[in-house]
Every structure is written in structure tokens, then in C-alpha cells.
Design a protein around this ligand. Sequence first.
Ligand code: GDP
Length: 139
Amino acid sequence: MQRTLAILKPDSVGAGHAGKILAHLEAEGFEIVAIKKMHLTTEQAQAFYEVHRKRPFYGSLVEFMTSGPIMPLALEREDAVTYLRQVMGATDPIDAAEGTLRKLFATSIETNAIHGSDSPENARDELRFFFSRAELIAS
Ligand code: GDP
């Protein structure tokens, strides 16, 4: 079993798609180990996306991620990191495969519904960014 971090982004939470996305993830075999709803500060969003600081879309991405509430999730499943990336689909919904979350719910390359960690190392760091050790103890 492996854990990964997902974030329901402000577009999907704001559109009322959180429940449908959670149901989709459970149907794909993910256990929701921890979940919260929060509104990121600019400083928090900048820190989370630090790796993208040099990219031209960094400012816009930080603005988007602070535009409304998000829902970070700790998810557990076999091969969770790779499997979640498949279930999410490509970054740009135009390129996302049929049936993927981004094909179903994303509206642009930026407002793309969901984040998923891209490696086990980043998953560990990103889970720690949002959740305490106590919150990550599975029930
Ligand atoms: P991901 O791993 O599929 O989420 O993609 P990246 O790590 O490359 O990018 C992080 C996030 O930045 C994406 O999920 C999008 O919200 C946003 N993003 C990526 N590429 C672009 C872009 O070319 N333009 C804009 N405006 N946003 C982007």
C-alpha cells in the first residue's frame, strides 16, 4: 500500500464537484485516510508550488489556488502515486483521456480540478505539508 496527496482545487470545490470526485476516487479503490477543507494564504500557495517559481504561470497559479477553498486529501491504494496520476489525466483537459477526472471536470490547463503528487518522495513531503502525523494515522 502507498499513500499520495491529492488536492481538489478551487474550481472543482467552487463548482460543487467535490462529492462526485470523492466518489470517483473511492470507486477507483482509494481509501480517504485524511481530508480537510481550507483556504490557502498566498504564502502557503507560494511555498507549495515553490518548484514552479521560475515558470511563467507561477503568479497566476498562486492566484488561482488562493481564489477559494481547496480540499487536500491523503489517499491510500496500491501504487497510489502512479494510479492517481492516471485517474487524473493530463494537465491540460484537451489532452486528458476520456473518463479521467480532468476530462470530466477541468476547464483549462490551469483550472484543472485536481492535484496529485508526481513521485513517492513528493507525496511524502506534500502529505506532511497539509497533514500532521496524528491526522495521517489510518483509522
Ligand atoms: P500537473 O502535475 O499535471 O498538475 O502539472 P504541473 O506540475 O506541470 O503544473 C502544476 C499546475 O500548474 C497544473 O496542475 C496547472 O494548474 C498549472 N499549470 C501547468 N501548466 C500550466 C500552463 O502552461 N499555464 C497555466 N496557466 N497553468 C499551468
